[in-house]
Design a protein around this ligand. Structure first.
Ligand SMILES: Cc1cc2nc3c(=O)[nH]c(=O)nc-3n(C[C@H](O)[C@H](O)[C@H](O)COP(=O)(O)OP(=O)(O)OC[C@H]3O[C@@H](n4cnc5c(N)ncnc54)[C@H](O)[C@@H]3O)c2cc1C
Length: 422
């Protein structure tokens, strides 16, 4: 266990003075800690983080950091100096192994017990593991942590590898783009006919598919891995469910994530696709909150639970959780937002994905030129919007969604009509 500030500092939790405890070392944890201090909380504050790192954010891991274009600084939402300067103890390399809402204590991997007045579970998510035959071979990876990205960068940066990506979701597509840019041969397997179609539909998924193909990325669709094959314990190829054998010296399994609920489940908290929380991010146990990828929060606009696995939600929910922990009246009512970068495609999306299934797709701009805004319109109202290679429109898109006003889809599709006038 290592600490980034002394336990004798006035703002540090110790065995006698219960304070705020945050479990998890991701962006949610960092944002919550920063918000607690910004909102004037001066009491003990401890972050329990099981990775070796101080809290970091993940988006650059599959993009600029993996490509070698961004350094360590791009990963840090708060500089290392922030924690001691604000009397925040960070217990890195330390897993919380038990939570007891009854006694208000957290047990750590070394057996020590940390009392809390209020605790935040920001334990995030972990790669989904599927027991493909051969998954244990050397050269088969999952991809979530900085350590994963560092290891992959070391291999991919030399170029010339045969990479097979099992999974064609956002992370798989991003890593594939970076790997290709680094000069590797990349083949993706995906369960849909068109990558990303579950999230954005086949027409828009096709824009990403075409860009990848143009860059030389290959796809086997729809297909999965029947077997990962190897010699002397090292991967050599992937046999697809469609009977194709793909040579591979690197295989990445990127088939989604599962929320890290073990602590909460063992503590008897309500679990429902993650840790179920109110719009204020309170769990079913008193003084226990949850935020970020692990939390399935009631959204006041849709009236349904939604668990977001995105960067913006880590920030928004980290802030709301901190305020709720301080007894303030806070609600997570942001319109969900995320972004991706693949080759020269930059995309931002905001809206309620669950409402887009039966919505009409309205495109403003040119799909072929890869410069457009797509809107999903349900019963006359915009429920989601996505801009590709067009910038500074997210505020307007969000305003359209939150206004819930009826829109004219002809005007919506017409680039000559300012969005503000629709
Ligand atoms: C490669 C990659 C690229 C991404 N790119 C984008 C993007 O472009 N756009 C976007 O919107 N989103 C992106 N995301 C998603 C975004 O990074 C996540 O939504 C965000 O990381 C969630 O933050 P979090 O703090 O809730 O969880 P996490 O980042 O998962 O952090 C949780 C931390 O808690 C630790 N932990 C778990 N259990 C315990 C325990 N018992 N004790 C102590 N510590 C524990 C975990 O090990 C982990 O370090 C990306 C994710 C990945 C992996």
């Amino acid at each position: 266990m290592s600490q980034s500030s002394s336990t004798s500092a006035p703002g540090t939790a110790d065995a006698k003075t219960p304070g705020m405890v945050i479990i998890g070392g991701g962006l949610t944890a960092a944002t919550a800690a920063e918000t607690l201090r910004k909102e004037g909380y001066q009491g003990p504050l401890t972050i329990v983080a099981n990775e070796a790192e101080i809290p970091y954010q993940r988006p650059p891991l599959s993009k600029g950091f993996l490509a070698g274009k961004e350094g360590e600084d791009a990963l840090l939402p708060l500089p290392a100096s922030w924690y001691p300067e604000h009397n925040v103890t960070v217990l890195t390399g330390t897993a919380a192994t038990a939570l007891d809402p009854g006694t208000h204590t957290v047990t750590l991997a070394d057996g020590s017990v940390l009392p809390y007045a209020t605790v935040l579970l920001a334990t995030g998510a972990a790669p989904r593991r599927i027991p493909f035959p051969g998954v244990e071979l050397a050269g088969v990876y999952t991809f979530r942590t900085k350590a994963d990205s560092v290891a992959m960068k070391e291999r991919l940066s030399t170029g010339g590898h045969n990479l097979v990506m099992i999974g064609s979701g956002w992370i798989g597509m991003e890593i594939a783009a970076t790997a290709r840019e680094l000069g590797n041969n990349v083949t993706l397997l995906g369960l849909e006919d068109v990558p990303l179609s579950v999230a954005i539909g086949a027409e828009l998924g096709g824009v990403f598919l075409n860009r990848h193909q143009e860059a030389g990325v290959k796809f086997v669709l729809p297909a999965s891995a029947a077997e990962i094959q190897g010699t002397d314990g090292v991967v050599t190829s992937v046999l697809t469910t469609t009977g194709v054998t793909l040579p591979a010296d690197i295989v990445i399994v990127a088939v989604g994530v599962v929320p890290n609920i073990a602590l909460a489940q063992d503590a008897g908290l309500t679990i429902n696709n993650g840790i179920e929380v109110s719009a204020a991010l309170a769990t079913s146990a008193e003084d226990v909150y949850a935020a970020g990828d692990v939390a399935n929060a009631m959204h006041p606009v849709t009236g349904t639970f939604a668990r977001s696995e995105h960067w913006a939600n880590a920030i928004a929910s980290g802030k709301v959780a901190a305020k709720s922990m301080l007894g303030q009246d806070a609600t997570l009512d942001d319109i969900p937002y995320f972004y991706t970068d693949q080759f020269d495609l930059g995309m931002e999306y905001s809206g309620f994905g669950a409402l887009t299934k039966d919505a009409e797709l309205v495109v403003r701009g040119d799909l072929a030129k890869r410069e457009f805004i797509a809107f999903w319109v349900l019963e006359g109202r915009v429920v989601a919007g996505m801009n590709v290679n067009i910038w500074d429109v997210q505020d307007t898109i969000k305003a359209l969604i939150s206004s819930r006003r009826m829109v004219d889809t002809v005007k919506l599709a017409d680039p000559q009509t300012p969005l503000e006038e629709i």
